[in-house]
Design a protein around this ligand. Structure first.
Ligand SMILES: Cc1ncc(COP(=O)(O)O)c(C=O)c1O
Length: 460
């Protein structure tokens, strides 16, 4: 069956939510000019969307009457534009490497507005974090000792700590400390005296479920009370990231999942449906934070928001993907078109290393949009094609799925992958084959011809 071409009309699709502001850009001619200027793929960024997402997270905290802080998880996208927006808004950044720390400080984020996460952190990262007064999410007992030693060895201020909890419901996670380890950590924090300031506890959960986050947050509030009874400050908890992004409408997503078969993909490739990102989420972004705050942690009677207020506990969140929702797209130029049994294989001028989902044995599913020099290709035609990268690697496909494009793609047309800022653009990028890394173009303002500039301007 896999070798039989599917009838084109039956090919499943997954359109991203309509986005009129992005469509104006696609129809306005700017992208072809930029593709000509760069001579390769590029990403465009919409920082005003990041601002709106950040404001929505802050509003969720305010509306619940909860004191808190939003830290952008920098790993989700390397652009400087986001950090500049964070700095301007007085928000925070979650960094996990010396490079990310330098970037955040270099673009104006204050040291005390940083949270440092990740396992067994590099000595340099810990040293600068202590000197800058950043909050350090301590992952192990020996890391706690290293941080305390660094603080004693010359920092003019105590090291600010969160103790990271191993989620009891995810006992195989390699992050965080068990209950017994946390107990020992509290003893060591007390013993460390003024060298450390134990500000509270944290976790990051895999998945996007609401209730487990509220449950574990409730547990962390209890831990804060225990720590306070031992004389420690413990006035905040971090619930990490993992606020879902809603890419596509419920009907489209469920129809896609029900319809998709290996024959709808080049070479009959089968992707396990369970491995797909949940491209539709009824509760997403700042709405997911609202839901966590409104949930009642297990064993209690009050909502999480109520419990945080009653105990004077601050809530820290570290969203990555959700702050980048609809804040950027990726543009590739069609470099060649080859016909196969009932569909075309397109080759574009970049690689799947600039669309990271492939590297997790999955596929980025929101449909790419075909943009001709006259604007978006629209209409009732059905011209199926998969999308390969410009490398000699057989598995380098940006899209294995046969996308039913409304016109036959031609060399020189553009393919625009929507909503790629969260993790897709650059987490796996590589200059393989000496291909240049796709530059990032920041679009300022709205309309078909916005002003633009490179994310990283030439150094002064
Ligand atoms: C500690 C921590 N915080 C925040 C995040 C960001 O998660 P997301 O982009 O899903 O919000 C991650 C992601 O791995 C993480 O490990």
């Amino acid at each position: 069956m896999n070798g039989t071409p599917p009838t084109a009309a039956a090919l499943p699709t997954l359109p991203a939510y309509p986005d009129p502001a992005t469509d104006e850009v696609l129809d306005g001619g700017l992208l072809h000019e930029l593709a000509h200027a760069f001579g390769g793929p590029f990403h465009f960024l919409l920082p005003h969307r990041f601002d709106a997402n950040l404001a929505a997270f802050r509003a969720a905290l305010d509306d619940a009457g909860v004191d808190g802080r939003v830290y952008y998880a920098k790993k989700a996208n390397k652009a400087a534009a986001w950090i500049e927006r964070v700095a301007a808004a007085g928000a925070g950044v979650d960094v996990a490497s010396p490079g990310e720390l330098r970037e955040a400080l270099g673009h104006g984020v204050r040291g005390e507005h940083l949270v440092v996460t990740g396992p067994a952190k590099h000595e340099e990262l810990l040293r600068v974090a202590v000197l800058q007064g950043a909050l350090i999410a301590v992952d192990t007992l020996d890391e706690l000792d290293r941080v305390a030693a660094l603080a004693r060895a010359g920092a003019a201020r105590p090291a600010r700590l969160l103790l990271r909890r191993l989620p009891p419901a995810q006992p195989h996670s390699r992050f965080g400390m068990t209950a017994a380890e946390l107990d020992e950590a509290l003893t060591r924090c007390v013993r460390a005296g003024d060298a450390v300031r134990t500000e509270g506890f944290g976790f990051h959960l895999s998945g996007y479920a609401i209730q487990p986050r509220a449950d574990l947050a409730g547990h962390l509030v209890d831990l804060c009370l225990t720590a306070r009874a031992r004389g420690l400050r413990a006035d905040r908890i971090s619930i990490g990231g993992g606020f879902a992004v809603d890419y596509a409408a419920a009907g489209d997503w469920h129809a896609f999942l029900a319809a998709q078969r290996p024959r709808h993909y080049h070479a009959g490739k089968a992707f396990p449906a369970a491995g797909f990102y949940p491209y539709h989420s009824p509760v997403a972004g700042a709405g997911a934070l609202r839901a966590v705050l409104a949930a009642v942690p297990e064993g209690g009677r009050d909502t999480l928001a109520g419990r945080l207020r009653a105990t004077g506990t601050l809530l820290l969140v570290e969203p990555g993907r959700a702050l980048l929702d609809r804040a950027g797209s990726s543009v590739f130029r069609v470099q060649g078109v080859k016909d196969r049994d009932g569909y075309a294989i397109l080759t574009v001028d970049g690689t799947s290393l600039s669309l990271s989902e492939q590297w997790f044995n999955s596929e980025y599913l929101p449909d790419p949009v075909l943009v001709t020099p006259a604007g978006r290709a629209l209409g009732p035609g059905v011209h199926p094609a998969c999308v390969g990268g410009a490398t000699c690697l057989e598995p380098d496909l940006l899209t294995w799925r046969k996308i039913p494009f409304p016109a036959r793609p031609s060399t020189g047309d553009l393919l625009v992958y929507p909503n790629t800022a969260g993790y897709q653009m650059d987490s796996n990028e590589s200059p393989f084959h000496d291909l240049p890394l796709p530059p990032k173009v920041v679009l300022d303002g709205a309309g078909p011809r916005p002003h633009w500039h490179l994310d990283r301007r030439p150094p002064h």
